[in-house]
Design a protein around this ligand. Structure first.
Ligand code: FES
Ligand SMILES: [Fe+2]
Length: 412
């Protein structure tokens, strides 16, 4: 066995000897099936963490917009007249009808189709028919609810749904250095253009997909294409704060075929794989505890031939469909109530073990804060102005009712 392969299997020299030699327990099945856990993840993870969404190449012109959703939150990204990319919840400030009803478009304004309120590309309320006659209605306080947007060094677009003026978690806290990885030096992201989007609906928890992506222990048994893409004997993952870097050496044949791959997973639910002819963003978009959709945005190098592009594009489509098959059947068994969990390999499954640890730490920390506060904490939720006193009373009244009806379950 080559030294690299020995290393991969945890059997190498002194370096490997220092590695943890004990198997570790995976998160239990209930974490992949429970509605309560899903709701906690919506609060603790998807309302607080930075989420990789797309690349600025998709928002090239003034007025271009894209609609996204994640874990029940729906938002719009849009390029304004100043060239900035803004983000808003897809919720009209009047009575919560969605301001866009399609997946993408190019617009001069966003006009709500319920009562006709309209908003500028910067989210400011432009017109609220009839409200000009009211004394105390402030248009400036009724713009679309903003979300935080960040464009990284390579032009990837990130969002954070934390409703505070400054999100509790700084992008750098989780992703410092993620966009300036040395291995990106051989790719020029300006040379690519958006090609297409594709989606697979899936009957599994989003974390099943993350576990699957973050190890290549299954590659030899399930992906006939992978040996053409990566030298499995040198495969390793490096975990750093909010990202997991996947490394595999490139053989001369792979390099000649344009298959020098750099893959990175970005907690919680996205990744991208870049090659000289192609890159794609993959998002595991949860819509419930046991359902999600796998969304792919594919970009191609402007200078690549159809043949070069199709080689890698086709490979990844096959690989992702094979993964879907694995995850579907795995989830069915988790749902049945027999299996609780198994033991994972500390090296070959280092990626999913790290991912699971970050999930566990993040939801438990948030839950402790909720217990201390004696109520759920929803960081993405709209905060009301002081003038909305009557609403505070209405909210308190309703949560009192919830407390009584919840006596069998969670009581605050
Ligand atoms: S809900 Fe949008 S205008 Fe009324
Ligand atoms: Fe796979």
């Amino acid at each position: 066995m080559a030294p690299a392969l020995l290393n991969y299997f945890g059997l190498g020299g002194s370096e490997a000897a220092k590695e943890d030699k004990s198997a570790l327990r995976a998160l239990p099945a209930s974490w992949y099936t429970s509605q309560e856990m899903y709701e906690l993840e919506r609060r603790a993870i998807f309302s607080r963490k930075w989420l990789l969404v797309t690349h600025k190449l998709r928002l090239g012109q003034t007025g271009d917009w894209l609609r996204y959703d994640v874990a029940g939150f729906q938002f719009v990204l849009c390029r304004d007249r100043d060239g900035n990319i803004n983000g808003f919840h897809n919720v009209c400030r009047h009575r919560a009808f969605p301001v866009v009803l399609e997946e993408k478009g190019t617009s001069k304004i966003f006009a709500c189709k319920y009562h006709g309120w309209s908003y500028g590309l910067n989210g400011k309320l432009a017109k609220a028919p009839g409200y000009q006659d009211l004394d105390d209605f402030d248009k400036n306080k009724n713009g679309l609810l903003p979300i935080h947007v960040r464009i990284d060094h390579n032009g990837f677009v990130w969002v954070n749904l934390d409703g505070k003026e400054k999100p509790e978690i700084a992008w750098e806290e989780d992703f410092q250095g993620a966009d300036t990885q040395k291995r990106f030096g051989i790719y020029d992201f300006d040379n690519y253009q958006y090609d297409h989007t594709w989606t697979m609906d899936a009957a599994y928890n989003w974390k099943i997909a993350a576990d699957n992506y973050n190890e290549c222990y299954h590659c030899a048994t399930t992906h006939p294409d992978v040996p053409a893409l990566a030298d499995l004997s040198s495969y390793s993952v490096n975990t750093k704060a909010g990202w997991i870097q996947h490394d595999a050496a490139t053989t001369p044949e792979q390099a000649a075929a344009g298959l020098t791959v750099a893959s990175t997973y970005f907690f919680p639910n996205a990744s991208f794989n870049v090659t000289p002819h192609f890159f794609f963003i993959q998002r595991f978009v949860p819509s419930g505890p046991t359902c999600s959709s796998m969304r792919y945005e594919v970009f191609r190098n402007k200078n690549s031939s159809d043949e070069d592009f199709e080689l890698v594009n086709g490979m990844y489509k096959r690989i992702m469909s094979e993964d879907k098959y694995l995850c579907n059947l795995q989830q069915q068994n988790l749902n049945s109530g027999v299996f609780v969990n198994g033991e994972m390999h500390p090296k070959m499954e280092k990626g999913p073990l790290y991912f699971q640890k970050v999930v566990r730490d993040t939801v438990q920390t948030h839950y402790k804060r909720e217990q201390a506060a004696k109520h759920e904490i929803w960081p993405a939720r709209q905060s009301l102005p002081n003038s909305a006193l009557v609403s505070e009373k209405d909210i308190d009244f309703c949560s009192g009712l919830a407390c009584q009806t919840n006596q069998e379950g969670l009581v605050w």
